[in-house]
Unconditional design. Structure first.
Length: 365
């Protein structure tokens, strides 16, 4: 079978890389088509025999921009005799739902967000979701939360939607760099080091997290927060840190290829987001056997994190108070929770390791 992964980005995605590699091992001819110049993800999957291509246009919201992408995808599918298309994320999905009507291939729309777009302010994104939901013939979602959002809230027929966990080959992740671990400990010495990794967008609620750090510092705790990532809210967040005089406690690391190493250097990996599909950062922290804190009723955290057993789940409605109180407890005796990390690692492997997920994709075909 000829299988196409249509994914707009060229950034690494362990879960997509894993699927492409597994399908190649099964004897399928796998293609990857992106909307950006070739980059990290292409370099990884080409080693497994995946054929990679890019169709790049200047970013635009014009009608002509989308028509060109639809035409190219249609021609690509025909030229390469594609049997099955997996379209990933909204920028690819909006193209795919139109291209499917000019092709004999089977198109599956893979949705990677929960309620963030519906609750957000991006009018075009909301319109696109409505179009995709209306025209999509088959969907794959990565969590019960997204399944509920898509079927119960947005009205997509449940018979069109499959729930399949993300699949990872965790051994493909890079090992933490020992020299970098020492450097992080040297450069950010403290009694409790927190690390968070995400985009700087409203649903990640970094402002709330910074306020928690302020509360801890006011109680004379020796704590530091390392923030990895970037995004549109960066100026606002940096201004908040300055206004609260937290420059010695909150540090913006930016985008880095050493996120795994930073998480390995953490005492706690914190994730305050109130909207996720199936977050990868917390799984990665689990593989590193780190203590984690996330919000309940968000993404699939409730499926593999047992509160008080292998991690902590706090309320997304009362996050600031609960997180402050929890970090005060952890600060008093970090060693009390040393067993949480290994238990989380076991749960992450059970739910997301590729060998435990790939059969679901066999059922799709």
């Amino acid at each position: 079978m000829n299988i196409l992964f249509y994914f707009p980005s060229s950034q690494n995605s362990n879960s997509l890389e894993t699927l492409m590699e597994e399908f190649s091992k099964m004897g399928h001819k796998v293609h990857l088509l992106s909307q950006e110049p070739k980059g990290d993800i292409q370099a990884v999957v080409e080693k497994s025999g995946v054929k990679t291509d890019s169709f790049v246009l200047p970013k635009s919201s014009s009608f002509v921009f989308y028509i060109k992408h639809i035409r190219y995808l249609t021609k690509y599918v025909k030229k390469n005799k594609i049997d099955l298309v997996y379209a990933h994320t909204q920028p690819a999905n909006i193209i795919a739902v139109f291209a499917q009507y000019f092709s004999t291939a089977r198109f599956i729309i893979c949705r990677h967000h929960s309620d963030y777009i519906m609750n957000g302010t991006n009018r075009n994104a909301k319109i696109f979701d409505k179009i995709i939901n209306r025209l999509g013939k088959e969907f794959i979602v990565p969590s019960k939360k997204v399944f509920h959002q898509l079927t119960e809230v947005e009205g997509v027929n449940p018979s069109k939607v499959r729930l399949i966990n993300y699949a990872y080959r965790f051994e493909n992740y890079p090992e933490p760099k020992i020299e970098s671990l020492f450097a992080i400990s040297r450069d950010f010495p403290c009694s409790l080091r927190l690390v968070t990794v995400s985009r700087f967008i409203p649903c990640k609620r970094y402002g709330l997290l910074i306020s928690v750090i302020k509360a801890l510092v006011d109680k004379q705790l020796d704590v530091k927060l390392l923030i990895l990532g970037g995004g549109p809210l960066e100026p606002e967040l940096k201004a908040q840190v300055k206004d609260l005089e937290l420059e010695r406690h909150v540090f913006f690391i930016g985008f880095t290829r050493e996120a795994i190493t930073y998480m390995a250097a953490a005492d706690v990996v914190v994730h305050t987001s109130d909207s996720e599909a199936s977050n990868s950062v917390i799984k990665e922290a689990g593989i590193l056997e780190k203590l984690i804190i996330a919000c309940a009723d968000v993404g699939d955290f409730d499926d593999y994190i047992e509160n008080g057993e292998n991690g902590f789940l706090i309320s997304k409605e009362n996050t600031e108070q609960e997180l402050t109180e929890l970090l005060l407890k952890i600060y008093d005796d970090k060693s009390k929770y040393n067993h949480f990390g290994p238990a989380l690692k076991k749960s992450v492997y059970k739910h997301f390791y590729v060998e435990n997920v790939i059969d679901k994709y066999q059922e799709v075909k």
